[in-house]
Design a protein around this ligand. Sequence first.
Ligand SMILES: [Zn+2]
Length: 327
Amino acid sequence: MLHRCRRQVLREKMDLIGIVCDEHCIPGKYYCLFCPKCKGGRLMERSLSLHVIPTGDFAMWRCFRFECGWAGRIFADGRLAFNGFSKTEKMVGRSSKESLVLEPLCDELISYFSMRMISQETLERNVVMQVVGRQQVAIAFTYRQNGQLVGCKYRTMDKRFWQEKGTAKFLYGIDDINDADELIIVEGEMDKLSVEEAGFLNCISVPGGAPSKVSTDTIPPIEKDSAYQYLWGCKDYLDKVSRIILATDSDVPGQALAEELARRLGKHRCWRVDWPYKDGFNRFKDANEVLVHLGPDALKNAIQDAKFYQLSISISIQKEEGLFQEH
Ligand SMILES: [Zn+2]
């Protein structure tokens, strides 16, 4: 009975956007249907591949005509459908959702994220998508501003990264800090999603990871400060914030990034997160490691325990110099 109802919901929702599945939308099955967007082209092919996942929770589709590439996902519960076009030939150097090869995450990537403790709800809210390359599938972290796609960063399962041109000018998650008086900055998209699992939405990630060390020079003028153009480009968002929590990685580059950010944002309004120790000597590396090993509450506590930046730095210098002894 339950399955029949879900199937009806899926069918009704598909009807609304023009996908006609006149068979019964049986979970686990694949269907070849007419694509309502391109109507199958001149040959009127049945080019739309529709798959209802075995649990019946959602259906996903993709039009395999090169010129079309319409793809999307529709849910049996109250969640909104999403869809877009993905024309493979326009993959490089474009930045509108129509020209990127973006499609809903496949089950394999969804389960990869769930092993990293990132829920499907968080993935959907952040419009995390996938691209299918010749060799393999990559995660697509969409960079959006006022809901519009402004950049995209890709990551394969074996941790290769690349990005659309222009992505380096933006912070990931910028729409989430529109009304924020306080914000959290992390070092990667995965960490932004992790912080969301701990209950904080007011979090942004830098687009390009961390420098190897703190630069010895003074801060260059804005137009020459190329590695940090994302800060200057998003200055309006950052200027109105009274408290900034730096939650970068615990390694040397992560500390260097925190210092570079603090120098530019003003140390007087920065706080620093110290990730918990995983053994007697080493700390967990980042927000996602804490989430995976200790859970969302521990991650939340670590963020809430952030220390005033200048104080936290002077303590760690004293520690390095052996002047500070813990009893
Ligand atoms: Zn089509």
